[in-house]
Each structure stands twice: as structure tokens, then as C-alpha cells.
Design a protein around this ligand. Structure first.
Ligand SMILES: *[C@@H]1O[C@H](CO)[C@@H](O)[C@H](O)[C@H]1NC(C)=O
Ligand SMILES: *[C@@H]1O[C@H](CO)[C@@H](O)[C@H](O)[C@H]1NC(C)=O
Ligand SMILES: *[C@@H]1O[C@H](CO)[C@@H](O)[C@H](O)[C@H]1NC(C)=O
Ligand SMILES: *[C@@H]1O[C@H](CO)[C@@H](O)[C@H](O)[C@H]1NC(C)=O
Ligand SMILES: *[C@@H]1O[C@H](CO)[C@@H](O)[C@H](O)[C@H]1NC(C)=O
Ligand SMILES: *[C@@H]1O[C@H](CO)[C@@H](O)[C@H](O)[C@H]1NC(C)=O
Length: 279
């Protein structure tokens, strides 16, 4: 017990030294680079297999277009995904997996939009991407987690083949396999798992799944929703059958489209402080 105060003060001296070292490293770091950090922001994005997609990245704008360098890189992939410098694309270092499939919105670069357009998304495009920006004001970068899969809007119908009044929810392409749940706006919280049947059928390309879910014994004038969800997207189809008509509505939403602020400020100081905060 006696030794406790001694060890505490020992560690606080160590901490003070580490903080000091960090501060010095930061000053030296800025001195050498002579540049400041600029803010770069990415948004988690998801790609739908075979379709075109956007990986979003924005930065503090700079009017000197010729001095702007945009570098998109993918973790674990040699070369670049896409590069822009001197006012135009430079694809000399581009990895072959991305050949002919990438583009920036070049007229938007001047307003700080470095978003990457990716054509015909493949499952293997999933991973961690880095958006690195250099302008006359400084340098910054941010990462984004890119997920790939398949998702589609459900089509809602009355299942005329069934003996009782049944509703049918059908979506052509999903991957990974989603969960499917029915809800009712009238009877909120009701569990329809015993009165519904969901099946997944492999599509002819042997990759994506066709989702079909049937809800038995639906009540007239009630609005029912079919919710299809995986770790990438969530799709909802509503249907209401009245005596005179069928009302339908569908919507699709990508999950996790949250912004991740740039790690620009995480220079030498960031790395030094990290172990201290974990203590
Ligand atoms: C960048 O520009 C494109 C094309 O105008 C637009 O679709 C996209 O939403 C923009 N991205 C951001 C993050 O503003
Ligand atoms: C309904 O049954 C007919 C013939 O029995 C069949 O051709 C059709 O595909 C069925 N429709 C649905 C939605 O199952
Ligand atoms: C639907 O309702 C009928 C009659 O009320 C009942 O016999 C049948 O079991 C119900 N079906 C389901 C799947 O619950
Ligand atoms: C559920 O649907 C599948 C495929 O349509 C069918 O083979 C199965 O018999 C159904 N199960 C029930 C309990 O209705
Ligand atoms: C899908 O799998 C089936 C059976 O394994 C095979 O006959 C068919 O050729 C495959 N289709 C494609 C597009 O690979
Ligand atoms: C459904 O609603 C309409 C209009 O509100 C009403 O006229 C009809 O009787 C209702 N049908 C049933 C089966 O409740």
C-alpha cells in the first residue's frame, strides 16, 4: 500500500513526458509539412450489385483547381482506385479492378465534392476506402466503410390464389438474406410470424435471392406493412385492401448513411494521446 502514491506520481510524470513529446512531435510535424489540415468528410455508402453507386466525400473547397489532388484508395488494394490532379484524372496508378468503372464529378471538385462514381458494383468492391485530399490550404483524409449487396423495393399484392384473404410481398433481389416481418398499423406490436410464410429463392445468376412473403387472413380496411431488412438496406411495402380499392406504397432506405468526420486532426498528437486516454 505504501508504494501506491509513488507509483501514481511515477505514472503522472510518464504521462507528462508523453504529452510533452506529443506536443513537440506535433510542432515538428507542422514545421516539416508546412501545411495545415483541412476538413474531409465521408459518408458510409452501400452499393447495389450490378448498379451504379456513389462513394461520398466532401472537403473544404479551394479555388485553385490546379493545386487540388484527390486520391481514392482501397485498403488492401495496390495502386489507386481513382486519382485527380492538375485539374484532370490521372489513372496511371489505377488498379485493374477499377478500370473503366470510376469517375469523379469533375465540375463539382471546385465546390469541395470529391465523391466517386462507381459503375456496375461488384460484391468484391466492399471494403474500407480512403478519400485523401491535398489543396493549397493543406491536406486531409477520411475513411469510409463501403458495403455491397443487393436490395430492391417490394411489390405488394393481394394473393388471389389463397383460400383466405392473403397479402403477398415480393422483392426480386436481396443479398445477404434479409429478415422479413409483417406489421399492422391498427394492431401495433402484433406478431404475425405464425400467420405468414416467407421463402427465399435463388435467382438464376445464383447470387441474389428473390423474397416472397405471404400474410394469411388479412383484415379488410387495415394497413399492413412488409418490412425487409439486412445490414445494408431496409425496404417497406404498405398495402391496404378496402371494399373498393387496393392502396399500396413502398419505400427503400439505406442503413448507416452517417457521416464520418475526417481524421485530419489525428496527426502525431492523436497517436500519442490515444494510449493515455485508454489508461
Ligand atoms: C457531388 O455531386 C454529385 C453530382 O452533382 C451529387 O450527386 C452528389 O450528391 C454530390 N455529393 C455531395 C456529398 O454533395
Ligand atoms: C396462381 O395460380 C395460377 C394457376 O393455378 C398460377 O399460374 C399463378 O402463378 C398463381 N399466382 C401466384 C401469385 O401464385
Ligand atoms: C385463417 O382463418 C381461418 C378461419 O378463421 C382459419 O381456419 C385458418 O387457420 C387461418 N389461417 C391461418 C394461417 O392462421
Ligand atoms: C411456405 O411457402 C413455401 C413456398 O411457397 C411452401 O412450400 C410451404 O408449404 C409454405 N408453408 C406453409 C406453412 O404454408
Ligand atoms: C446456377 O447453378 C445451377 C445449379 O448449380 C447451374 O446449373 C447454373 O448453370 C448456374 N447458373 C449460373 C448463371 O451460374
Ligand atoms: C371499410 O371502410 C369503409 C369506409 O370507411 C366502410 O364503408 C366499410 O364498411 C369498411 N369495411 C369493413 C369490412 O369494415
Amino acid at each position: 500500500m505504501r508504494s501506491l502514491p509513488v507509483s501514481v506520481s511515477f505514472y503522472s510524470i510518464i504521462n507528462a513526458i508523453i504529452i510533452l513529446a506529443g506536443a513537440i512531435a506535433l510542432i515538428i510535424g507542422f514545421g516539416i509539412s508546412g501545411r495545415h489540415s483541412i476538413a474531409v468528410t465521408t459518408f458510409t455508402s452501400a452499393g447495389n450489385l450490378g448498379e451504379d453507386s456513389i462513394l461520398s466525400c466532401t472537403f473544404e473547397p479551394d479555388i485553385k483547381l490546379n493545386g487540388i489532388i484527390i486520391q481514392w484508395q482501397k485498403e488492401g488494394t495496390a495502386g489507386s482506385v481513382h486519382e485527380f490532379r492538375g485539374g484532370r484524372d490521372d489513372l496511371s496508378q489505377q488498379h485493374e479492378a477499377f478500370r473503366g468503372r470510376t469517375a469523379l464529378f469533375s465540375d463539382q471538385v471546385i465546390v469541395g465534392n470529391a465523391s466517386l462514381r462507381l459503375k456496375s458494383v461488384r460484391l468484391t468492391d466492399a471494403g474500407t476506402y480512403q478519400c485523401l485530399i491535398v489543396t493549397s490550404k493543406g491536406k486531409g483524409s477520411a475513411h469510409l466503410e463501403y458495403k455491397t449487396g443487393a436490395f430492391s423495393m417490394p411489390e405488394m399484392n393481394v394473393d388471389f390464389n389463397a383460400s383466405s384473404e392473403s397479402l403477398r410481398c415480393e422483392a426480386p433481389r436481396w443479398l445477404p438474406q434479409p429478415t422479413v416481418a409483417w406489421t399492422s398499423q391498427v394492431d401495433q406490436g402484433a406478431d404475425f410470424s405464425q400467420v405468414s410464410n416467407t421463402s427465399f429463392e435463388l435467382n438464376s445468376e445464383n447470387v441474389t435471392l428473390k423474397v416472397v412473403s405471404v400474410l394469411y387472413n388479412a383484415t379488410v380496411n387495415h394497413t399492413y406493412s412488409c418490412v425487409i431488412e439486412n445490414d445494408i438496406a431496409k425496404a417497406t411495402g404498405d398495402i391496404k385492401v378496402t371494399d373498393s380499392e387496393i392502396k399500396r406504397q413502398s419505400r427503400l432506405q439505406l442503413l448507416n448513411s452517417k457521416a464520418s468526420p475526417g481524421a485530419a486532426a489525428l496527426g502525431p498528437l492523436g497517436w500519442t494521446l490515444l494510449p493515455l486516454m485508454l489508461k
